[in-house]
Design a protein around this ligand. Sequence first.
Ligand code: MG
Length: 395
Amino acid sequence: MKPIFALATVSMALALAPASWSASFGPRFYGDPPDANHPWAVHDGNRPQPRVVTPGTFSTQEQAGKPPADAIILFDGTDLSKWEGSKGAPAKWEVKDGYMQVVPGTGEIRSKEAFGDCQLHVEWAAPSVVKGDSQGRGNSGIFLMGMLEVQVLDCYNNPTYADGTAGGYYGVNPPLVNAVRPPGQFQVYDIVFRRPIYKDGKVLDPGYVTVFVNGILVQDHTPLEGSGGHMGRSKVGPFPEKGAMRLQDHNNTTRFRNIWYRPLPPRMSEGGTDGFLAPEVAQAKRKEIAATVRANATKLANPANPVPQLLDLLESLVYEADAATVQQVEKMTADYLAAVRQLPAEKVAGKKNDTRELANAFKYLTRFKILPADCAAKAGVDKLIVEQGWADKKK
Ligand code: MG
């Protein structure tokens, strides 16, 4: 049964595919065209393909999972080569059995590498022998860019002030829930961090922190209010571009394993190149795409078969209304129509699909007012289709 079903699925997909596909896989003359904030059409074949990333694996209590293929690994369980003490001294924490452990009194450690916006993965375990209470039990912390602390604390049956709970943005925002496992077990933190962006003293983006503790959302895109801290009310303000990540020595033998991050692409407010873009950025991108499509059209030039070049030129108009291209399109279309009319009757039928593709492109461009409704080239193509009886049959 399966092969037949698969075949049916493929032919259905083909039936649903739009008439015109561009060289870069995807439809053209199809979804809503680019606009002031979107340099690409909806379902645009020219929009860059998402990069392929091979996923990692999940951790178990016994074994750390594998990071995704593009992750920058800060600790893989073997050594502290990516870490140093404060002021660049050697990191003095202990490494054994696939984890690192705080050696109380040796001080915090920090990543040698400085980084900013990221997806960060950290696993930690509080000592299995419970000692102390409140902030004194299994306390450590993850300082993003060395600034705000995402709290690490044994909060299993251990009440403390809410904004100091595990998964809390220390001193600023408690976690939505307390999602920790018992002490001795590894806890998994997944963090998405966006630093604040300021320009000329004005905030363009406050920055955000999102945290999952053991797969449970505890910081939901929480706006940043500065670096937080102990007792003092934190103040909003700019961050540097990058900073070392710090892990806290709070006199408890907390363990860490499987630490990695993935840098995040720039946001719109700092020159991002996809998503909802600033008008000047979208405009520049549209010009760039139009130039690429026109360059490709030039490569397709072929007097015996002008339609592929013509379709690319029409496609370029979707991104940029270029007067010289409009003229070229009008001339090439007139030449094409004249050439088809001169063909012997038995060869005219061979031009049906090409002509219908052109008609579809013109229909799209006039529908979205990229070309005027009374465009002569469109009228010429439509006339040929009617004369030859190539129009879709009315149902
Ligand atoms: Mg702490």
